[in-house]
Design a protein around this ligand. Structure first.
Ligand code: ADP
Length: 342
């Protein structure tokens, strides 16, 4: 087999779970064919699971004729061409924080809103981009859902503003809250790039992005198009959520996005009448996961009926809550700022 045939075959092999080939993702580090026709492929990867899947796929594809070798990406300074040296579609933002989660419903958007507002309360200029195309809830959570898109004289979209932050959401492009966005990921990505480039954000200290949950094409493209300062990963403490969050952590590590830390949401519940504490989803899961992957643990937020009401009413807890409720988010922001050297 010659190099050309080998490359052609490899261009058809996708990174596990994504519709991008391993060539496009630049994880093929080396390709060699010796004089006896023996071939060897070196893959630069950190994710054990994804490597195991690819190794067996390549062994099947080449019927064992090509040796698959793994090189730990950590040994190289640039391992993913694009994500290690990303474009910068948001040069107006000094720092970019991408909030994500393994699965939906864990409170990622609530955390994004409260982190953004807490940063603004500290005097930073903050933009919040709702990139969760599957559940764009930021307009409701910030009382901006009624607003219509408006353009300035330079044809830039004017972001909404509330609680001291600028806000833009894919949700504002649909006529009603219950209209689903049926977008292929390529369309979602173009819309998000437009929100990065064609919104009059002004100079920002922080652009906080509420990412979609999971590990897909959108996360990958955002990592290629933006120099993300820190990924913040939100989880609840039960094992099923932690399994999903492990995948999100590994993906961030694999694509070279620095992880600012893990937030554990809905950590416990204090009954308002008896003040008894219930560890509904188990105890300490988030901290254990952070330790396992050697990432910072940024803090916990309990399951609190009022936080849910604040979210649904469009009044973030960090702005309208009591001292305790504000404290959960402020503590997380302080820890995050320490991690990113602010
Ligand atoms: P995601 O973005 O992960 O899908 P959301 O932020 O939309 O999650 O939160 C899902 C639901 O859980 C919302 O109704 C929200 O108000 C509620 N919620 C989030 N965090 C908490 C919390 N700490 N206590 C109570 N309810 C919460």
């Amino acid at each position: 087999m010659n190099k050309e045939t080998l490359l052609k075959e490899l261009s058809k092999v996708n990174y596990p779970g994504l519709d991008k080939s391993i060539l496009e993702m630049k994880i093929v580090d080396d390709l060699s064919i010796d004089e006896n026709g023996k071939s060897e492929i070196t893959l630069s990867m950190q994710n054990d699971e994804a490597f195991a899947v690819l190794e067996s796929q390549l062994n099947d594809l080449f019927a064992g004729r090509v040796k698959v070798v793994r090189k730990s990406a950590a040994k190289k300074s640039i391992h993913y061409g694009n994500t290690a040296n990303p474009n910068n579609r948001a040069p107006y933002a000094k720092k970019i924080v991408a909030v994500t989660s393994g699965k939906g419903g864990v409170g990622k958007s609530t955390v994004s809103v409260n982190l953004a507002v807490a940063l603004a309360q500290k005097g930073f200029s903050v933009g919040l981009l709702d990139a969760d195309v599957y559940g764009p809830n930021i307009p409701r959570m910030t009382s901006t859902a009624h607003e219509k898109l408006q353009w300035d004289e330079n044809d830039k979209i004017i972001p909404s503003e509330n609680f001291g932050i600028k806000i833009m959401s894919v949700g504002l492009t649909t006529p009603a809250a219950d209209t689903p966005l049926v977008w292929r990921s390529s369309v979602a990505v173009s819309a998000l790039i437009q929100f990065l480039e064609d919104v009059a954000w002004g100079a920002l200290d922080f652009l906080v992005i509420d990412m979609p949950p999971g590990t897909g094409d959108i996360q990958l493209t955002m990592a290629q198009e933006l120099p993300i300062t820190a990924g913040v990963i939100v989880t609840t403490p039960q094992p099923v959520a932690l399994d999903d969050v492990s995948r999100a952590i590994m993906m961030f590590k694999d694509i070279g996005v620095p992880i600012g830390g893990l937030v554990e949401n809905m950590s416990y519940f204090i009954a308002p009448d008896t003040k008894k504490r219930y560890d509904i989803f188990g105890l300490g899961g988030g901290e254990k996961t952070a330790k396992k992957y050697a990432i910072p643990f940024l803090g916990k937020i309990p399951l609190d009926m009022q936080i849910r009401e604040f979210s649904d009413d469009g009044t973030p807890a960090v702005a309208m809550g009591d001292k305790l409720q504000k404290g959960y988010y402020k503590n997380i922001v302080e820890n995050l700022l320490k991690e990113i050297g602010e």
